[in-house]
Design a protein around this ligand. Sequence first.
Ligand code: TA6
Length: 298
Amino acid sequence: MDIASLNTKYGIAGTLEFALGKGGLPMARITSSHADAVISLYGAQVLSYRPKGKEETLWMSAKSSFEEGKAIRGGIPVCFPWFGAHATDKTKPQHGFARISLWDVAGAELEQDGTACLRLSLRDTERTHALWPHAFSAELEVRVGSSLEVALTCTNTGSAELTYTDALHTYLAVSDIGSVLLRGLGSCTYYEATETAPLRQEEALLEIDRVVNRRYIDTEAECVIEDRGVPRTISVAKKGSRITVVWNPWKEGARSMADMEDDGYRTMLCVEAVNTLGDAVVLAPGKSFTLGTVITVD
Ligand code: TA6
């Protein structure tokens, strides 16, 4: 659907407007009484969330691609139907195809309390069958209110059981990584990147002073970024996930990525709601499952 038709069908005067953004990709721009937000239809990716009177909450790489076929580096990428590299075929796109697909608009509403809601959808096609041989529908609901609520619901529309992994790979903006402490994962067990030995985080507050790529297991805890530089706290709550991934690529990692500035790692921290490892989602025909995250700034 073109931009004019999207605005006619789903636009909300003064609150929600569709426009072509960077790279000519279609975006929804939301201005609610609580916050402003930008959501890319390419990838169903929230790119910006700025509560009224506050600074930007989500990090976006100044060197990100905005181009079909490439992932956008920042905001909240949707990883589906697999998280990370494909289990058996490394030629398939890292983190699945959802973040490099153009999603449809399924609905938009302005709720009574001023929260604006946008729903995007993705269904299986010949292209997705070539990458993942399953019938599915996915819906991403974004609620822009005093918090940012993002929920990914996947439904098995086929006649056989299917299994997937997924993530809401949230990039949070921080003043400087040296001014940040992450609360919520004390006493949790985690796996570092591709290591197989479990480790335990002893400290209640995590300081990020080197590359961090941890998969914390068996945790539904809310995480809180304490940013002494702004100062502010960003809390990241979640549902439908017992794995939290914390990622900062640090200096060497940032340098190795074409779409991140060399010092980009200093102003970001990913705190991700994930289903992976032993927590893959198994869906019988007709069944649905929702993964959600709620981001609140104080
Ligand atoms: O969630 C952390 C992670 O899986 C890291 O291993 C790192 O590779 C990151 O995601 C970014 O992946 P991307 O494909 O966007 O470069």
